[in-house]
Design a protein around this ligand. Structure first.
Ligand code: PXL
Length: 277
């Protein structure tokens, strides 16, 4: 497998085990050179800490991209996550269009919502900009809440296959090639991930351990992306990332002081075994 250089664009939450502090170690551990573009710097993530700081890096992005262009830097893949502002999304769209090489794979996690609600600080304008960005995705990685915000479908906690099919079809109608939809639960104590690739539906079901663990979307997306970069198929990458994320949650369960993220470091060895199988 050729050595790959990828770019990931998301925030640095200094404390909280999400976004870049998760993506960089996981993707690097997969053996992939990982360049980063921080969208913002926060003292912590926004999901439960009070009084966090927020430094928006939107205005730094054009100069960073211009420098990379002058150096002739291109990427084999680009993976975007939590972005810092509505204006920034336009800059990120430009990077997605111009900074990839000919075979560049563009993976977008529209990290903006969970459990039926937008994250603190996001509004309808942000959702509209994210909707536009998502049309550029080769692989889109939403949870059900994000899929609802992107498509205008009603958010439901109980649903059937027809509801999920409608979400997937609407996302594809936006121009997305492949959707990896996380947190799809058809029965008690189980959840799973749907890979919808060019109209073909594939479901990987796994145990549901705890409800809504923080940062698991980023852990999942990073492991999925790392596995995909190593040449694993979409379905295998989705399964490996799910098994890894479940193990991270298991290793965190029972520690009430660790409410803000998952101990993803403790399961990296398992992830390595799975991706090198
Ligand atoms: O895990 C998603 C995420 C990333 N970055 C920041 C967040 C969140 C979720 O709340 O607040 C800053």
């Amino acid at each position: 497998m050729a050595y790959k250089r990828v770019l990931t664009i998301q925030d640095i939450s200094c404390v909280g085990q999400c976004s870049l502090t998760v993506a960089l170690p996981i993707i690097s551990a997969c053996g992939v050179e990982t360049a980063i573009l921080p969208s913002a710097v926060l003292s912590t993530h926004t999901g439960g800490f009070k009084g966090f700081t927020f430094r928006d890096l939107t205005d730094d992005i054009p100069a960073i991209a211009a420098h990379w262009r002058s150096e002739g830097i291109k990427f084999d893949a680009i993976y975007t996550g939590y972005l810092g502002s509505t204006k920034q999304i336009d800059f990120v769209a430009d990077i997605l269009e111009t900074m990839g090489n000919e075979t560049c794979v563009r993976v977008i996690d529209p990290a903006m919502a969970d459990n039926g609600k937008l994250y603190v600080g996001f509004d309808d304008a942000y959702v509209a900009a994210m909707r536009k960005l998502c049309t550029k995705a080769d692989v889109l990685l939403p949870n059900i809440t994000e899929a609802c915000f992107l498509t205008g479908e009603e958010f439901k906690t109980e649903y059937d296959r027809a509801y999920i099919d409608a979400l997937l079809e609407k996302l594809v109608a936006m121009g997305v090639k492949t959707v990896v939809l996380t947190g799809v639960s058809y029965r008690k104590d189980k959840t799973g991930v749907v890979v919808y690739d060019h109209g073909v539906y594939h479901y990987y079901e796994h145990r549901k351990i705890a409800k809504g663990c923080h940062g698991t979307g980023d852990v999942y997306a990073s492991a999925f992306f790392g596995a995909l970069m190593l040449g694993k198929s979409l379905n295998d990458s989705a399964r490996i990332a799910a098994d890894y994320t479940v193990e991270c949650i298991e290793n965190t369960q029972g520690d009430p002081t660790h409410w803000y993220g998952v101990k993803f470091e403790t399961a990296l060895a398992s992830l390595m075994n799975m991706i090198h199988e």
